[in-house]
Design a protein around this ligand. Structure first.
Ligand code: G3P
Ligand code: MG
Length: 244
């Protein structure tokens, strides 16, 4: 089962910052996940929330701020004094971190609250400018953008993210045109997840932070997990593989 570092190594470093991504880039894991938003002046930046209040010393919506303004805020100190001075990264900067590594990069398009029209075009153009399309897996809770990216990046996997528990995940995925289904840990423990795996879908689960859940999901045939503690789950997976 593959491991993605959720928002970078976000359990130990401030989420979605270069510190968290550089740490993930050192690990022998499958990939990393990150969340893309866009500033008022069109810069692609990495942050989970639409607002910067929770993860910085600033306040307000990213879409209402210029890049210059958002870069003036501290995105590290909320996690600990030792991380003070960390800035919000751009998508360009994060792609640079993984330029020479083996990791797959799951770019989550955060258009499920604000639409950010044309975000997928900006993201695809940026990834292409780094010549990294074959290393990228897209995903979103916004299934309209999933549908568009499936057409605009036909060689890439595009995961449909789900918050809710669906009755027939497989049929929904087929209707949308994807077999990459990214579901919550709660949903993964339901019958529909088992059926979707049996039907041949790639089911990936967020957010998985314990070895017990890792083992359970692996035994189900889940393709990958997103974790805030990639070092912990990797060590666990490694020790399982080599135990006598
Ligand atoms: O892509 C997996 C996971 O990141 C989805 O949820 O809210 O952490 O972006 P969220
Ligand atoms: Mg995410």
């Amino acid at each position: 089962m593959n491991i993605f570092a959720h928002r970078g190594a976000s359990g130990t470093y401030p989420e979605n910052t270069l510190l968290a991504f550089r740490e993930a880039a050192k690990m022998p894991i499958y990939g990393v996940e990150l969340d893309v938003q866009r500033t008022k002046d069109g810069v692609l930046v990495i942050n989970h929330d639409e607002k910067i209040d929770r993860t910085s010393n600033g306040k307000g919506y990213i879409r209402d701020m210029t890049f210059e303004e958002i870069r003036s805020y501290d995105f590290g100190i909320w996690k600990g004094e030792q991380f003070a001075g960390e800035k919000i990264p751009t998508l360009d900067e994060v792609l640079d971190v993984f330029r020479t590594t083996h990791h797959m990069i799951n770019i989550e398009l955060k258009t499920d609250v604000f639409e950010y029209p044309g975000l997928e075009d900006d993201v695809i153009e940026t990834v292409k400018s780094h010549d990294m399309m074959e290393r990228v897996l897209f995903s979103s809770f916004d299934h309209e953008i999933v549908e568009r990216v499936l057409k605009k990046a036909p060689s890439n996997e595009v995961g449909a993210l789900f918050m809710k528990i669906l009755v027939n995940l497989d049929a929904y995925g087929q209707m949308l045109g994807t077999n990459a289904l990214h579901i919550s840990l709660v949903a993964a423990k339901r019958e529909s997840a088992k059926k979707a795996i049996k039907a041949g879908n790639k089911v990936r689960v967020y957010t998985v932070n314990t070895p017990e859940d890792y083992d359970f999901l692996e035994s189900m045939g889940v393709d990958a997990v997103f974790t805030d503690y990639p070092e912990l789950l990797y060590r666990h997976a490694f020790s399982k593989r080599y135990e006598c």
